[in-house]
Ligand binder design. Sequence first.
Ligand SMILES: Nc1ncnc2c1ncn2[C@@H]1O[C@H](COP(=O)(O)OP(=O)(O)OP(=O)(O)O)[C@@H](O)[C@H]1O
Length: 264
Amino acid sequence: MLELKNVSKLFNPGTPDEKVALMNANLTCNSGEFITVIGSNGAGKSTLMNIISGVMKPDIGEVRIEGNAIQQLPEYERSRWIGRVFQDPMAGTAPRMSIEENLAMAYKRGQKRGFSLGVTSAKRMLFHEQLQRLGIGLENRLSAKVGLLSGGERQALSLLMATFTKPQILLLDEHTAALDPARAELITRLTEEIVREMKLTTLMVTHNMEQAIRLGNRLIMMDKGKIILDIPHDRKKNLTVSQLLGEFQQISGQQLADDRIVLG
Ligand SMILES: Nc1ncnc2c1ncn2[C@@H]1O[C@H](COP(=O)(O)OP(=O)(O)OP(=O)(O)O)[C@@H](O)[C@H]1O
């Protein structure tokens, strides 16, 4: 279970450039929930992800995962608990290392010592099996350098690596936004499969409204550092994009301003 209590974050406080990134954000995310996150430009979505992952400290408030305050966990433990896939397919993998070395790194994640990238034949079999699930032939390219893979292939590998050791929380940060439509669809399908099979607690930021409605079992909408709408599964499944945009307008008093909005 993930809990955010009264989390606030200001940038450049007390200066003319002060920015409210999060203001008193509260969120309880139960184990196995898959929440899609949408919002206007600068609403605080990335800040929310950064604070949950522990790379950024809130000014006030706290984040707990399974009851543990995330800021107090050492880095290696945080990385075991939290899997994250970024928008940039280059961000989650090491380009000069091979596919199997990258997977060995993910496999070792969260272990305090004894870091070794040694790939035994047992591990190679496991990697082969896991890669096969992606259905894009990466299992036959275990020794290929990751820098040679396409953006879609790299993102599929990043997704596998982020979920390899079953994190407590999976954070997906617009992870299909930089891909062409066919590859984005592939990664979306893999995401749904992996999250469902592993019953992962997941937060996914997206600018694609149709995707936000279709995926997951809960939807939250952010504006000006606040969670302004929290839609449970029952209501979400019958929602349309225009109803969603209408609700935003009703609550915030303005139209959703998002440079990267995709309606469907
Ligand atoms: N490092 C930073 N320094 C100063 N201001 C920042 C910084 N990071 C974010 N902000 C500001 O905090 C607010 C929230 O930003 P954040 O990136 O979390 O929003 P977002 O919802 O992810 O936006 P977008 O969808 O436009 O990427 C914005 O006003 C942004 O300009």
